[in-house]
Design a protein around this ligand. Structure first.
Ligand code: AHG
Ligand code: MN
Ligand code: MN
Length: 338
């Protein structure tokens, strides 16, 4: 059987749009290469001690970096040279990243979480990289400002993630469905394995960190109780599955059907809007969910419609199967009425 690589898939799409310059393909090609480099390091994570890393310096005399710093540097260093970006925003950097003067610039913006779920690395549990791509809307000769980057999710040109799991997969959408590619390590290519992914309309899984339930607002508590209640007609109770990596939890629910929640949390004054970041986590996942036939909300508002006020703004997130997210919307709407 002839297998389609992710780059061939991108080129086919480019042919359908004869005016396309190939810059978008170039952007994703560089990102895919970054993902392969990160994958190589992630798969060696447990070997660091075996290979003789001593404290901060490894056997080659290089400073041993934490994997999320490593992933961040790989993406920044590769993408700043690609000639297609005007700026980047990383979860790991407080400010946006400008393209150094010596490199050509383009009009795309890349927003990313280099390693998501990184608290799981030492236990060999799946982690991921999330990306989101926008186009600059302002006049190109001017310097990029934060205002150019604060675009709502519905302006995304493309979004996706790489999951470093039992196999490594890339899942992305450019606004015409969601497609999944599995890395074949023997040839070093991502091959089309999941064309046009659709999330089941109703799931059987809810995913939330229930340890924090006493810090949730009342609608969230009622929502989780709803998914736990027994009802044959709607297949309840649902099962709980929670890995603690958004990418992995979302990916499982995308394939099997279900809902992932990271609600507002009153315990920590820094987390009144939950933990997840609108621009580098919630918005890209929301675009994928919607393109797969699902939904994403903060409880009352569509995630893709939220105008960001700052780069690292946090947002409550309820995302997944359409019917399950509609349950959330109904509980919040009812709470607002009473
Ligand atoms: P990151 O590793 O990029 O900081 O993100 C971790 C996030 C997300 O992946 C996950 O859904 C969530 O943190 C888990 O948080 P809790 O441990 O509070 O449940
Ligand atoms: Mn993250
Ligand atoms: Mn991260």
């Amino acid at each position: 059987m002839r297998q389609v690589t992710v780059v061939e898939h991108l080129l086919l799409r480019q042919k359908e749009r004869p005016m396309a310059s190939g810059r978008f393909t170039r952007l994703l090609t560089e990102l895919i290469l970054s993902a392969k480099i990160i994958d190589r390091e992630v798969s060696k994570a447990g070997l660091l001690d075996v290979l003789g890393a001593t404290g901060e310096v490894n056997i080659q005399g290089e400073v041993v970096q934490k994997l999320d710093d490593f992933a961040n540097q790989v993406i920044i260093r590769r993408m700043e040279r690609a000639g297609v970006l005007c700026a980047m925003v990383s979860e790991e950097n407080a400010d946006f990243i400008e393209i150094p003067r010596q490199f050509p610039v383009g009009d795309y913006i890349l927003i990313f979480d280099p390693l998501d779920g990184s608290a799981n690395i030492d236990a060999n549990v799946s982690i991921g990289t999330i990306f989101s791509i926008y186009r600059r809307t302002s006049f190109e000769q001017q310097a990029v400002s934060v205002g150019d980057l604060l675009q709502k999710g519905s302006m995304q040109v493309a979004a996706g993630y790489i999951i470093y799991g039992s196999s490594t997969m890339m899942v992305y959408t450019a606004g015409n469905g969601v497609h999944g590619f599995t890395l074949d390590p023997s040839v070093g290519e991502f091959l089309l394995s999941h064309p046009d992914i659709k999330i089941p309309e109703r799931g059987r899984i809810y995913s939330v960190n229930e340890g924090y339930s006493s810090y949730w607002d009342e609608p969230t508590r009622n929502i989780v109780n709803y998914f736990k209640a027994s009802d044959n007609a709607t297949g309840r109770p649902y099962s709980t599955r929670y890995i603690g990596s958004l990418v992995s939890d979302f990916h499982r629910n995308l394939i099997y059907g279900g809902i992932f929640m990271y609600p507002a949390d009153s315990r920590d004054a820094r987390k009144p809007s939950g933990k997840l970041r609108l621009m580098c986590e919630a918005a890209p996942m929301a675009m994928i969910a919607e393109q797969a036939g699902g939904l994403a909300t903060d409880g009352t508002q569509r995630i893709m419609d939220i105008e960001p006020q700052e780069l690292h703004q946090r947002v409550p997130l309820f995302i997944g199967s359409k019917n399950d997210v509609e349950v959330v919307l109904k509980f919040y709407a009812d709470a607002a009425k009473s």
